[in-house]
Design a protein around this ligand. Structure first.
Ligand code: SAM
Length: 471
């Protein structure tokens, strides 16, 4: 029985409720009265239920889809302005005991070289990332209690935060590791992580069990209930995601929103972010072996529907997608992107080495500087800001600022200041010239006079080489 408040995964992701939702969506996908009412509700910017959003996803009336896209773009502007947060993944280890059929790190893959970074190698990788200009990382590792125990992950986080190279610093470490215990989540929280990210892969239990035939990840409920344990352990920013291509996308979409509703119902705060990865080619993995691949237009529609359904939740796109697709979904609601990414273990210090430990093929191979310039040329402000997390604006405190619109007073100036740091410390001359102009123009858009003065003051200090950045 569907119950969003239940702590049992099979009740808050109730299979029958998803089937009923898909049927309801199918019945109403051409019902203009229903669709208009849902779009009107979406305009209130308070979100939609999984049923309502599923109708929009099913709808294929061109004018209504255009309306949906325009609304998604507007909602994005209202909540996130023109800022795009930048991050990079850092792969720590590809040792893994699971049998995930879509992932090259699966245990039975005997020809992929296994590698785990030493602390010295972590240091080198972080220095390389700092030298690119990154301030925010997402650490990634396979699941292996012997090779990658929680102590190893904690030690790596400690190392990452401790490195201060030139003007560089990693100010926020998000963590994407396998589902674990409340006690381990508490340790991650104590280590100062930002968001805990865990992709559901698929919400369809039967497919989930088929796709994860062996290893601890086989347990659907343990995996699906991980975010509840993370929150019990004190982590209040969690990131959801499904791996599109494994199951029917409409099923996944309803499940994803039901998961968000569950977190809101039980913990009073929904997911901080939602990621939208698609299965990619990788060593030993052919994406065509999965029947549910989605085309770029469907992918864009999913992004727009997520944007209007959960307006306060950040949306993340990785370099699994190429420049063209990234550009399209940036307009439709994506708020965070990675840049200059390597998905191999040690890939930042050995960029020329064969990417034989790569987790998936990267489709956007541009450097971080190229990504920054491209964003600015489209009128976006690349933001390296991590202040919310360091100022304790997490979980429901972040959400209430976001819902009231006040977050603009913090985010806009902070984005400009961190961009200024990037331009001063790392940018190529042409990128710098474009960025300086953009900052000047954007200063005018800062809502409060007092905030504008503080921002000007800080920009001046950054220009002089002072980096006591606290915002
Ligand atoms: N081992 C952890 C876990 O089980 O959640 C960390 C996850 S892994 C390093 C990050 C994510 O990459 C996975 O959750 C999965 O969704 C995604 N992934 C795995 N194989 C992929 C592929 N072939 N193409 C695209 N994404 C893939």
């Amino acid at each position: 029985m569907y119950n969003p408040k239940s702590m049992n995964a099979e009740e808050f992701i109730d299979h029958q409720e998803i089937l009923d939702t898909l049927e309801y969506a199918e019945q109403n996908k051409n019902n203009l009265e229903v669709i208009d009412a849902i779009l009107e509700k979406a305009k209130l910017r308070k979100g939609l239920t999984h049923r309502e959003a599923s109708v929009l996803l099913a709808c294929d009336i061109p004018e209504k889809i255009q309306e949906l896209y325009a609304l998604a773009e507007q909602i994005k502007k209202d909540f996130y302005g023109n800022r795009i947060v930048i991050f990079a993944p850092l792969y720590l280890s590809n040792y893994c005991v699971n049998g995930c059929l879509y992932c090259p790190y699966h245990l039975k893959n005997k020809h992929i070289p296994r590698k785990k970074l030493t602390q010295e190698e972590v240091r080198q990788e972080v220095i390389a990332l700092q030298d690119m200009g990154h301030k925010r990382l997402a650490i990634e590792a396979g699941e292996d209690p012997v090779n990658n125990p929680i102590e190893y992950i904690l030690e790596c986080i400690h190392t990452i935060y401790s490195i201060k190279h030139k003007n560089g610093a990693i100010r926020r470490v998000n963590v994407n590791i396998a589902a674990t215990t409340v006690e381990n989540y508490r340790k991650l929280k104590e280590a100062g992580i930002g968001t805990y990210i865990l992709f559901q892969e698929t919400y369809h239990k039967e497919s989930y069990e088929h796709l994860h035939p062996t290893g601890p990840k086989h347990n659907y409920c343990y995996h699906t209930e991980a975010m509840d344990r993370a929150m019990e352990g004190g982590i209040d920013d969690v990131g959801l995601g499904v791996l599109f291509g494994l199951e029917l996308y409409k099923y996944e979409f309803a499940g994803l929103l039901m998961h968000a509703e569950h977190l809101e119902a039980v913990h009073g705060v929904g997911p901080h972010t939602i990621s939208v990865p698609r299965v990619k080619h990788a060593d030993d993995i052919d994406p065509d072996q999965f029947d549910n691949g989605i085309d770029d237009d469907t992918f864009a529609k999913i992004c727009a529907c997520i944007r209007v359904a959960v307006p306060y939740t950040g949306m993340i796109i990785s370099t699994r997608e190429n420049q063209k697709v990234r550009e399209k979904v940036l307009h439709l609601g994506v708020s965070q992107i990675s840049g200059g990414s390597r998905t191999s273990v040690g890939g930042y210090t050995e960029p020329e080495a064969p990417h034989d430990t790569e987790q998936f093929d990267v489709s956007d191979n541009r450097t971080l500087d190229e990504v920054v310039r491209w964003l600015m040329e489209m009128g976006y402000i690349p933001s390296f800001c991590t202040a919310c997390y360091r100022e304790g604006r997490t979980g429901d405190r972040f959400m209430s600022l976001c819902k009231s619109g006040q977050i603009q007073n913090c985010c806009h100036p902070n984005a400009l200041m961190t961009l200024k740091e990037y331009l001063m410390d790392y940018a190529a001359p042409e990128t710098k010239a474009i960025g300086e102009k953009l900052i000047q123009a954007e200063l005018e858009n800062i809502p409060k006079e007092k905030v504008k003065e503080i921002c000007k003051d800080h920009l001046e200090k950054i220009q002089q080489g002072i980096r006591d950045f606290r915002f």
